[in-house]
Design a protein around this ligand. Sequence first.
Ligand SMILES: NC(=O)c1ccc[n+]([C@@H]2O[C@H](COP(=O)([O-])OP(=O)(O)OC[C@H]3O[C@@H](n4cnc5c(N)ncnc54)[C@H](O)[C@@H]3O)[C@@H](O)[C@H]2O)c1
Ligand SMILES: [Zn+2]
Length: 462
Amino acid sequence: MGAGKSTLGPELAVRLGREYVSTDALVEEREGVPIASIFGERGEPAFRELEERAAADVLTRGQPAVIELGGGALGSAATRAALAESAFTLLLEVTPAEAWERVAGTERPLAKDPEAFRALHGERRSAYEAAADGRASDLDGAVLAAAGIVVEPGAADRLAGFVPGEGALELVVDAGVDPLHGDRARVALGERLRASHTVPAGEAAKIAAEAVRLWSALRLDRGGTLMALGGGSTTDLAGFTAATYLRGVGWAPVPTTLVGQVDAAIGGKTAIDLEEGKNLVGAFHWPDRVVIDPRLLETLPQAELENGLAEVVKTGLLAGERLWELPREEQVRRCAAFKAAVCLRDPLDRGERAQLNLGHTFAHALEAGSGYLLPHGKAVALGLLAALRLSGLEDEAGEVEEVLRPKPVVVDRDVAHAALARDKKVVDGRVRLVLLEAPGKPRVGVELDEVSLRTALDALIE
Ligand SMILES: NC(=O)c1ccc[n+]([C@@H]2O[C@H](COP(=O)([O-])OP(=O)(O)OC[C@H]3O[C@@H](n4cnc5c(N)ncnc54)[C@H](O)[C@@H]3O)[C@@H](O)[C@H]2O)c1
Ligand SMILES: [Zn+2]
């Protein structure tokens, strides 16, 4: 009571694209009278019975929803069991004083006197703790918890505490990251860690031969969890390996690049490359936990930070907020929460997740035209510029120029144009773009005529 459920709940439902149901409201609707009068006229036990029935109904419907339970609902063993069976239960963190502040003077039957209120809070606390699958104190925190993502400075030194389950762990580490952070991660994982596997640094790890090597080396059983310490290349390889080994074992990335923390380790897409192209073989495998420690970025080379900043700017444009201006830790948290929400709404990439491709159709064309020598961040910066210009958002295009300083690049024009026409997002031979109506308002599946596309791409090429 007073934790902020009825403010945060509906907002969370919108962010996750789910229906919002409050058991209190359901009881009132069914009985046709306010809860206070049910309490007053029929007594608390009668209300608890109605509440228990309402909770059972919404929890067993099998419909994704954000459900708000009343503060006393966990007094019911049936409700506790239904939650354990079919819900991700989020505990909103609030002190008794904050909660009292919110409920004092309201009509709530159990909020008449601060002493009794505090005692009730203390009484219920242990049931809340026992039922909680995650905790949060704000909207982003709720989204992150629901997605299984932890963002915490210093988390890399306390890894064992964040990995769910009790099974054995094996770790896949990027060869460039191992000397910097490998030992602390292994020490932090403690006794559950059975083996550590080093893979080539960066993109060179994302090949079938590395997956084969890991499949053969792994000794995990179905209850085990594969972890990865590295950037998007390492987490893509390890995630794909976890998705396929024994038809799927637990999966928990610890991203060490800005790209990894705001993008690659989030949302459950995993892949390896083929000679024929990037990310052509992969699987959807939602991580059991993503442990994001922004302090791991302290050793990241400037060029890699710039790759990540391009994705941060992309995310900010999609969110309609200047996320790139935030201090790094806050930036990472906000971007991770934004991507997590989009992916929770569209986990299998069948609809609105396409918005995350903002700027990427042009970026991929430039990368191809450069023989894949152009860094991804530079390509995305240029791609964002093109997308914003085609969206008619000149101010935002100017902002991207200021923040990311994209320079036209020397690439093979014909190869770039051919790649644009072949992009994964082409449907029936027509290129489909992500543009913005305004910051925060993406439009996916926009088809433009060939001349506009060609002109926009040409403007990025020197
Ligand atoms: N699955 C997805 O949804 C998704 C999304 C975006 C990108 N990706 C993939 O991610 C890959 C790119 O990943 P990336 O940009 O994270 O880079 P990366 O994993 O390729 O690593 C780049 C370099 O940074 C080094 N490095 C990593 N962390 C470091 C640290 N903390 N300190 C010092 N050096 C460090 C690595 O050794 C490597 O040399 C691409 O293959 C891309 O396809 C996947
Ligand atoms: Zn990208």
